[in-house]
Design a protein around this ligand. Structure first.
Ligand code: SF4
Length: 483
C-alpha cells in the first residue's frame, strides 16, 4: 500500500462523523434508480445482474435481464437449461464466456449447495466466473455482509475523493482501494453503501464530466478541493486489441436451398465456443492490416456496413485509384477465401462480389471482416486432403465452371450435368475426391433460413450481418446493389 493510500485508509477508518458513508447513504436512498434487479435481494438475481453489468451499460442490460429472468427464474432452471438456450438469451450482450460461466456457477450451486447461494464469501468467490468484485457485490447486496465491491466506477470515485494518484491499473493499487472501501462501509448498511458508491460513479462522478456541484460528498472531496477531479484517476492505457483482417463468405443457397445461407458452428472450446457464424478465414499475410489493406478498407467503406462516399477519399482521381486498388485487392482476397475454405473444409464456393465490411472487437483482438456474397458449389468427398496445390486446382475448376454454381449448385437438378462435368474434370486432373452426396455438408455446417435464427446463438457481428442480409433480400435492395 502506498503512503497516500495508507493515509486515505486511516482517514476512512477515523473519518469524523463518517461523512462519506452518511452522506452517500442518504443520497442513494433518496435518488436510487428503480432497476429490476433491485426489486428484492435474492442472491441469484443480484448475481445475474452483476455479471450482465460487467462491461455493459445499465440501459442495455435491463431488457436482457428481464428476458433472462423470465426464461430462467431460478438457479435450477438456469443450471438445467441447454447451453444453446442460455447463449440465445445472452445473444447481443457480448462476452459470451460470462453466460457460460454463469451457468457453470449455477450448476455448482445446485450440485454443492442444493440450489441456494451460500452466505459465505469463500464459497461464493469459488463459483465459476465470480471474481472479487462480483463476490463482494453478492455478499453485500444479498446478505448485507461488510464486503467491498470495487470496480472501475468505485476506483474512480475513491481516487478522486481521497486524491489518490496511484495507477489503478495495478493490482496492488486495486487491493489498497479495496481496503479503503471496506473501511468506509457504515455498520449494517453494506448493500446500500456499495450500491450507492456505484450509483455515484454512474450518475454523478462520471469519467469525463464529474458533476461535483450536485455531489453529496463534495464538501470533503480532496480531488475536487485540489481542482484535480478531471485528472484522476491515473490509469495506464491497456494495449489496444490486435487487428485481424478476416474474409467471410455469405454463401447463398440455390435449388432446394434457395433463400437459405450457409453457416457453421464454432469449435467446442475457445473464442465464441459453439456459437454460429458465417464461414470466414484469415486474410493472406496473417490478416494484419498493412498498407494494401488500409487502401482497400478506405475505398471499401467503413466498418459496420456503411459505405464511405467517394468525396471522403479526396479528389475523384484519388477515389478512382483507391477504388481500383480495392477492386484488385478484393479479387485476390476472394480467390484466397475460396482456396482456404476448400483447404479447411473441402467446401467449394465461388465468391461473387464484396458485400460489406463489419467489425467485432474482443478484449485482445479485433476482427475486421470483409464479407463477400458467394455461390455454393459442392463439398468434396473425403479422400486426400484438399490442401495446397489441390485446393488451388479445385477452386480454379470452380471458377471455370460457373454453370455448376449458377444453376443451383451441385445439388440442383439443373446443375447435375455441370456437377458430373466438374467431377470428370477433377478425375482428369488426377485429383481424388468427388462431389459428396446430396445435402452432405462439412461437419458443423448447415443451411439456415431467417426463422432458424430464433433457435441459434450468433455473436453480435454475425447477428447484425444476417439481419441486414434478410432485410435487404426482403426489400429487394440486395439485387439493386449488384446492378
Ligand atoms: S466532488 Fe466531484 S470529484 Fe469528488 S466525488 Fe463528487 S463528483 Fe467526484
Amino acid at each position: 500500500m502506498t503512503s497516500k493510500q495508507q493515509a486515505a485508509l486511516e482517514q476512512a477508518a477515523a473519518e469524523p462523523g463518517r461523512f462519506f458513508g452518511t452522506e452517500l447513504l442518504g443520497w442513494y436512498r433518496s435518488v436510487k434508480r428503480d432497476l429490476p434487479w433491485r426489486a428484492n435481494r435474492d442472491p441469484y438475481r443480484v448475481w445475474v445482474s452483476e455479471i450482465m453489468l460487467q462491461q455493459t451499460r445499465v440501459d442495455t442490460v435491463i431488457p436482457y435481464y428481464n428476458r433472462f429472468m423470465d426464461k430462467f427464474p431460478t438457479i435450477r432452471n438456469l443450471a438445467e437449461a441447454p447451453e444453446e438456450e442460455v447463449l440465445k438469451c445472452w445473444e447481443g450482450l457480448g462476452y459470451y464466456s460470462r453466460a457460460r460461466n454463469l451457468q457453470a456457477g449455477a450448476q455448482q450451486v445446485v450440485r454443492d449447495y442444493g440450489g441456494t447461494v451460500p452466505d459465505d464469501k469463500t464459497a461464493v468467490a469459488a463459483l465459476k466466473g465470480v471474481g472479487p468484485y462480483t463476490a463482494g457485490a453478492i455478499m453485500s447486496i444479498a446478505f448485507n455482509r461488510p464486503e467491498p465491491a470495487v470496480d472501475g466506477n468505485v476506483m474512480r470515485v475513491l481516487s478522486r475523493y481521497f486524491c489518490l494518484e496511484d495507477d489503478i491499473a495495478k493490482p496492488s493499487v486495486r487491493a489498497g482501494i479495496e481496503r479503503i472501501a471496506a473501511a468506509l462501509i457504515p455498520d449494517g448498511a453494506a448493500g446500500d453503501f456499495n450500491q450507492g458508491i456505484m450509483e455515484l460513479g454512474a450518475l454523478v462522478c462520471t469519467p469525463k464530466s464529474p458533476g461535483c456541484l450536485i455531489c453529496p460528498v463534495m464538501a470533503q472531496c480532496a480531488g475536487r478541493l485540489a481542482g484535480r477531479e478531471l485528472e484522476l484517476p491515473v490509469k495506464t492505457k491497456a494495449k489496444p486489441p490486435r487487428p485481424e483482417l478476416r474474409l467471410a463468405a455469405l454463401v447463398e443457397g440455390a435449388g432446394p436451398h434457395a433463400g437459405a445461407v450457409l453457416v457453421r458452428q464454432r469449435p467446442e472450446s475457445g473464442l465464441l465456443a459453439r456459437m454460429w457464424e458465417l464461414p470466414h478465414v484469415l486474410a493472406p499475410g496473417g490478416g494484419s492490416a498493412g498498407p494494401a489493406a488500409a487502401g482497400a478498407a478506405a475505398a471499401a467503406g467503413p466498418v459496420r456496413g456503411r459505405r464511405r462516399s467517394a468525396a471522403a477519399l479526396g479528389t475523384p482521381a484519388a477515389a478512382g485509384e483507391a477504388s481500383a486498388i480495392a477492386g484488385a485487392d478484393r479479387e485476390a482476397r476472394m480467390a484466397h477465401m475460396g482456396r482456404a475454405l476448400a483447404e479447411e473444409a473441402r467446401l467449394l464456393i465461388r465468391p461473387r462480389r464484396w458485400w460489406r465490411d463489419a467489425e467485432h472487437v474482443f478484449s485482445h483482438i479485433r476482427w475486421d471482416l470483409q464479407v463477400y456474397l458467394a455461390d455454393f458449389g459442392f463439398v468434396l468427398e473425403d479422400a486426400a486432403p484438399a490442401g495446397g496445390a489441390q485446393a488451388g486446382v479445385y477452386t480454379g475448376l470452380a471458377a471455370e465452371q460457373p454453370a455448376a454454381y449458377m444453376a443451383g449448385g451441385a445439388f440442383g437438378s439443373e446443375g447435375e450435368a455441370a456437377q458430373r462435368e466438374t467431377a470428370a474434370s477433377l478425375d482428369h486432373a488426377g485429383l481424388h475426391g468427388l462431389p459428396a452426396p446430396e445435402d452432405r455438408l462439412p461437419e458443423g455446417y448447415r443451411w439456415i433460413r431467417q426463422e432458424d435464427m430464433k433457435e441459434m446463438a450468433f455473436p453480435n457481428v454475425f447477428l447484425r450481418l444476417l439481419n441486414d442480409y434478410w432485410e435487404q433480400r426482403g426489400s429487394g435492395s440486395l439485387a439493386e446493389e449488384a446492378e
